[in-house]
Ligand binder design. Structure first.
Ligand code: PBG
Length: 327
């Protein structure tokens, strides 16, 4: 039987710092954090991203320097996104397959300069799409199986460049299997897949779409990204991706979806990651700027909440700040 007051007093274990450290159930490490990196073409370019405060779009040379700084802080992984000039966009994502494209160049440069850094690459058509959609568009439909073929080619070209994990963020059905089969067939047996298994159609992606100029040109993403009324469906998506050959399962967004993180973490045996997305970051940044809350406190509390919910990995724009804080 549970003891009751006054024999039981919850405050005994909280009464000073040493005791609190001793009984803490969760810990946040710099190596839990995946730092997103936004790339742009050119040399020595650092363009501030207004909507993701403190973040810049970097050319490959500066991106390597940034990743070296992160590595020195104990961050071991980075997730790459590219901004593609309009002149290179089309409906089929042709530029995504360019072996000398920005993503491929960045992967090569990062793995050469910092081989121990774990490099994740975003795999989806939206930054390359004239329509800003994650798949090939046919009048008002987003084609599934045709898109999968392009995603598999894209994954292969990232694997060829030496990426550690491809990260399909598109939510097409069956893409993990198609990508896994392509990697196996071509001998890339060690290339990992971090599947955005439960990615919701969310209002919290706004600042990111600004950063990459990737907002959908028509309609929304609800025919492929998940409906936020559902949680069982997230578990099913994660289990399918697990069977199809994923190595890490991602839930996105993060903070408003911690119940989903928990549900997925209980039902899959693969590592679970959560994406603390741009809108979540922007809310706290904006409130802190107004002096309404303390950014460091809200940041660490939020990141710890991901761990508590069952995410071992957290993709976050706070990676650098949090790593310094932990240090
Ligand atoms: C698209 C993609 C998005 C994000 C990561 N990959 C936006 C979208 O689905 O429109 C959002 C990340 C963030 O908001 O921080 N493939």
């Amino acid at each position: 039987m549970e003891a009751s007051f006054p024999r039981a007093r919850g405050r005994r274990n909280r009464s000073h710092e040493g005791r609190r450290i001793l009984v803490a159930e969760h810990e946040l490490k710099a190596s839990d954090l995946i730092a997103p990196l936004f790339l742009t073409e050119g040399v020595n370019i650092c363009e501030p991203i207004e909507s993701i405060e403190g973040y810049n779009r970097l050319s490959v040379d500066l991106a390597v320097k940034k990743a070296e700084e992160w590595r020195a802080l104990g961050i071991v992984s980075t997730l790459l996104f590219v901004k593609v000039p309009d002149s290179k966009k089309d409906n089929m994502g042709k530029e995504a397959l360019n072996p000398d494209g920005l993503m491929q160049k960045a992967i090569r440069a990062l793995k050469k300069a910092i081989p121990e850094m774990v490099v994740f690459s975003d795999v989806a058509l939206d930054p390359y799409s004239t329509y800003g959609h994650d798949g090939i568009v046919d009048s008002d439909r987003i084609l599934n199986d045709e898109t999968n073929e392009v995603l598999a080619q894209m994954a292969l070209s990232h694997a060829e460049a030496g990426v550690d994990y491809v990260a399909p963020s598109d939510m097409m059905d069956g893409r993990i299997q198609v990508i896994r089969d392509a990697l196996e067939e071509h001998g890339y047996t060690d290339t990992g897949i971090m599947a955005y298994s439960a990615k919701y159609a969310s209002g919290f992606y706004g600042p990111f779409r600004d950063a990459l100029d990737s907002a959908p040109g028509f309609g929304d993403k609800k025919s492929y990204q998940m409906d936020y009324r559902n949680v069982k469906e997230a578990v099913r998506e994660a289990q399918m991706d697990e069977r199809e050959g994923a190595d890490i399962i991602m839930v996105k967004p993060g903070m408003p979806y911690l119940d989903v993180v928990r549900a997925v973490a209980e039902k899959v045996s693969l590592p679970v990651a959560a994406y603390n997305v741009s809108g979540e970051y922007a809310m706290i940044k904006a409130a802190a700027e107004k002096g309404w809350l303390d950014e460091d406190a809200a940041m660490i509390e939020s990141l710890m909440a991901f761990k508590r919910a069952g995410a071992g990995l957290i993709a976050t724009y706070w990676a650098e700040k949090a790593a310094k804080f932990i240090d």
